[in-house]
Design a protein around this ligand. Sequence first.
Ligand code: GDP
Ligand code: MG
Length: 317
Amino acid sequence: MKRAFTSLLRGLAKTRRAIEDGIESALGRGGGLDETALEEIEETLIAADVGVETSLHLVDSLRVRRDRGDAPDDAGTIASALADEVKKILEQAADGPPVDNGHPPHVIMVVGVNGVGKTTTIGKLAHRHVARGNRVVLAASDTFRAAAGEQLTVWAQRSGADLVGGHDGGDPASVAYDALDAAAARKADVLIVDTAGRLHTQKNLISEIEKIKRVLGKRMPGAPHEVLLVLDANTGQNAVAQAKLFDEALGVTGIVLAKLDGTARGGIVVAIARELGIPVRYVGLGENIEDLADFEPGPFADALVGAAGGESPANAA
Ligand SMILES: Nc1nc2c(ncn2[C@@H]2O[C@H](COP(=O)(O)OP(=O)(O)O)[C@@H](O)[C@H]2O)c(=O)[nH]1
Ligand SMILES: [Mg+2]
């Protein structure tokens, strides 16, 4: 956990620095937390992809405190007041870890547009479960891209998971069905289904993924138990649109925010939590098998906004 949080701080450093600079420059005018300063802080938050609505809400919380007479007046106090608000938003969306259904396999579908990090995330997740002693099966239901199956095969080997593949151009839903069959027969604990992120049209993509979901539920009532949407942390506001699209079609149960290492746009999950109420489950912090951390609202909020008294990257190293 310690290592994961340190990486998280590193991943969010750019975003945090931008927000800290924004707050300091807003106060630099010498007018304290006046309207001009609040506006500048709001702009800084919007630039960090916290979203317009959510940025307004956050700045409002500062205004309320100011008007009550307990204005946070130095950059550190303002940052920690913002971090508290961010934490609240993220905690409201969180609903605890998914309940163990008691009848394995636990079926996880992984969805998202092309290139966001689905297959890599599946490799990392498989590794996690295998390390806990679970038997894991991966379903190669991205049959659209020739290389996708090979890529998943490599992750299966690295993580020690079984793979059920199709052939290129095969029917992704029947691959998923066969994989669930195999997982049940082998008494696997977890089945993770990879899916395509691009088809000829977006409509085709969504209906293909809906069909995979339906077929899984036919083979095993209640499956899939989780629909994880992978978002690329660099995407910015378009990630909100992607989340809406997949959530309306499939009912997303959780988000994986991949590529949080080295982005200046980590604020996007706050907007998604507030606007869609979907919890973030994991964050991707690199391309290696270990680079997946559980999402924790508190540490994340501190790392994003730079709360006073929290760890700085310097003393966390
Ligand atoms: N830096 C970084 N790169 C990642 C992360 N997750 C995935 N990638 C890279 O993103 C690219 C696309 O990943 P892939 O899993 O193939 O995406 P998919 O098309 O959604 O399955 C690959 O080059 C991955 O190595 C992450 O958390 N951090
Ligand atoms: Mg893929």
